[in-house]
Each structure stands twice: as C-alpha cells, then as structure tokens.
Design a binder for this molecule. Structure first.
Ligand code: AMP
Length: 314
C-alpha cells in the first residue's frame, strides 16, 4: 500500500574522510523514498527551487516514485552542509539553508489522498503537522525528527508526537527529547509523549524498538524491546541518509504487509538495517538508486546469519 512522505528534498555538501561532494541530491524525503520504493509505492510532498532539474526528478521517477506533490518555487532548494570525522558516527552540521521551505504551504494532490501510510520525514514540525491534519484517515503514521527541532521547536514537535504510531529517531535524539541519559528510561518517557512505538537507531550498532501497550492491535500489553543489528561494514563512504534509508526499508516493508504484528515489525527492523547498510556504501543517493531485489534478499539473509543462534552451530 502507498506511503505518502513529506520531508526535505535537498542539495547537500558533504565531507567525509573518503572525500567531498558538492550539491548532491539529498534530503530526508529523498533518501527515505528511494529506500521505501523497493517495497511499496511512494508519493512525495516537498518543495524545490529552480536548481532542481528534470535530471534530479528522474532519480525519483526511475524508481517509480510519484513526484506530483513536489512543488516548484522561485528561489533555491533546501541546502545542507555537513561533515563527518573519526568513526563518522555523527554528522556535524555546518550549514542549513531552508530557502524555499521557509514559506512552504504543503498541498496534498487529490490523487495522494487515498494513501494509507504517512511518513513525516525530518522537516519543520509545523509542516509535519500541516500534512498530518490533511490526512486524517491514514492507517498508520510514522515520523522522524532531529536535534535541530528538538532543541528549538519543542512545542511544535510535541504536537506532532501526539499523532504518531511510530517515532523513529537516533539514540542521542531520544536522550535529548527525554532529558534522560539512560536509554531505557528515555524510551519509557518518550512513549508517554504520544508515539505508540519508539524505534531508536544506534548507527553502526543497529536499532532497538521499544513498545507501549498500544503498539499492536489486539495486544494490550507492552512487549519487551527488540534489537536488530547493523551489518559490520569494512568501509563506510558517507553515512548521510543512512537513518532515512533505514526508515524507508522499515516503513516500506510495514506498508507492504497486510497486518501490523510483532513479527512483521521485527522483520521490518531487519529490512531497515539492510537498506541503511546499502546507503553508506557511496556518497549521497548513488547506491540507493541502484539496488537489486536479489541484493536486498541476499543481505537480509546475511542479517539473519550474523544474529540468529541457529546459524551458530549450537
Ligand atoms: P540522515 O543522515 O539520515 O539523518 O539524513 C540526512 C539528510 O537530512 C540530508 O540529506 C539532509 O539534506 C537532510 N537534513 C539535514 N538537516 C535537515 C533539517 N534541519 N531539516 C530537514 N532535513 C535535513
């Protein structure tokens, strides 16, 4: 079933120990859409400027992603500049130019209105809320955010959190949002802020899902947390978009399934890891534009192999 995503479509300047790129196509909605497109139809709501060309749009349409909700505006697209050093576990933001996003009024094309799954990718929580309120009949809402919005836009973010089925953030953000250093206690606190389920990403160490007593229809108690690994990789070229690609694999798989059960959600955590592991192999969206179904299946098996006891010969 189709996912409607709202978020940034951007141009990124990125520097990592493996090199640097300028004005490469990025943005949370871009990375998310590409990853999710391997599992289910995807429709995008965003705004871009004059610098977004037919070639950029083709990156989406070649993957079958519906771009009719990408609005063109005067001015420049969103630009982000970031760098990674050391073990590249965290991006240092050097510049954020919202540009056309500053005055964006999201409009949802009629042909998008029947989308059953909504993903509020990382963008101003005010825009996330505007889209959420126009999509009152969706089956499931999943959302992301980042330190930038947690620190300075907390009241607007609180409104978004109350509307979420699943919140997907990294561990630093979970601790910051809760004001609590211990991750389990932080997760408990975040679950009181609205989301029914919290998925915390740990970068190269995988991700953990924390459940509340409303996480699954028909299960009225909180299940124990579930942790899925990340694939140990010998070379990480550019971590930008890994979190969004995780989200795309995770949510794309959920939207492709008939029901939300504990088994489906746990499997989705593995598909998130699979897509995140591809994303970091090249700069920008390069790798995520060309992954084959066989590669996805093969890597999924590898994830089972590195984490399941029955493969350990015991
Ligand atoms: P990730 O590495 O998965 O957290 O996502 C990185 C992507 O998020 C980059 O392609 C950026 O263009 C985009 N991004 C960075 N900062 C922001 C922001 N403040 N709002 C929206 N998108 C952002």
């Amino acid at each position: 079933m189709a996912i409607l995503v709202v978020g940034s479509v951007a141009f990124d300047n990125i520097e990592t120990p493996h090199g640097a790129v300028k004005d490469c196509l990025g943005g949370a909605a871009t990375h998310f859409s590409l990853a999710a497109s391997y599992f289910t139809p995807v429709r995008v709501i965003a705004v871009v400027g004059k610098d977004f060309t037919a070639e950029h749009e083709a990156v989406f349409t070649r993957r079958g992603i519906d771009t009719r909700g990408i609005e063109r505006s005067e001015g420049l697209s969103f630009h982000w500049t970031g760098s990674y050093s050391g073990n590249m576990d965290e991006a240092k933001t050097l510049g954020t130019d919202l540009n056309v996003f500053e005055t964006f009024e999201p409009k949802i094309p009629d042909v998008y209105k029947d989308s059953e799954y909504l993903f509020l990718a990382n963008i101003d929580p005010v825009l996330q809320s505007r889209v959420r309120s126009q999509m009152s009949n969706v089956r499931m809402v999943c959302g992301d955010t980042m330190n930038y919005w947690i620190a300075d836009h907390s009241a607007n973010l609180a409104k978004v959190l109350r509307e979420l089925d699943v919140l997907l953030i990294n561990d630093g953000e979970a601790r910051m949002l809760a004001g609590e250093r211990n991750l389990v206690l932080a997760a408990e606190k975040v679950l009181t802020m609205g989301p029914k389920t919290l998925v915390v990403k740990h970068g190269e160490y995988g991700a953990t899902a924390f459940f509340g007593d409303r996480s699954f229809p028909g299960v009225d108690r909180a299940l124990r947390p579930f942790r899925a690994p990340a694939l140990p990789l010998a070379e990480v070229v550019d971590p930008t978009g890994a979190g969004d690609s995780f989200a795309g694999g995770f949510y794309g798989y959920l939207a492709s399934q008939r029901e939300l059960t504990p088994a489906v959600l746990r499997t989705a955590m593995f598909y998130g890891g699979v897509m995140g592991s591809f994303a970091v192999e090249r700069f920008g969206t390069e790798r995520m534009q060309n992954v084959s179904r066989e590669e996805i299946d093969e890597r999924f098996k590898l994830f089972l192999e590195i984490s399941h006891l029955e493969h350990a010969g015991v």
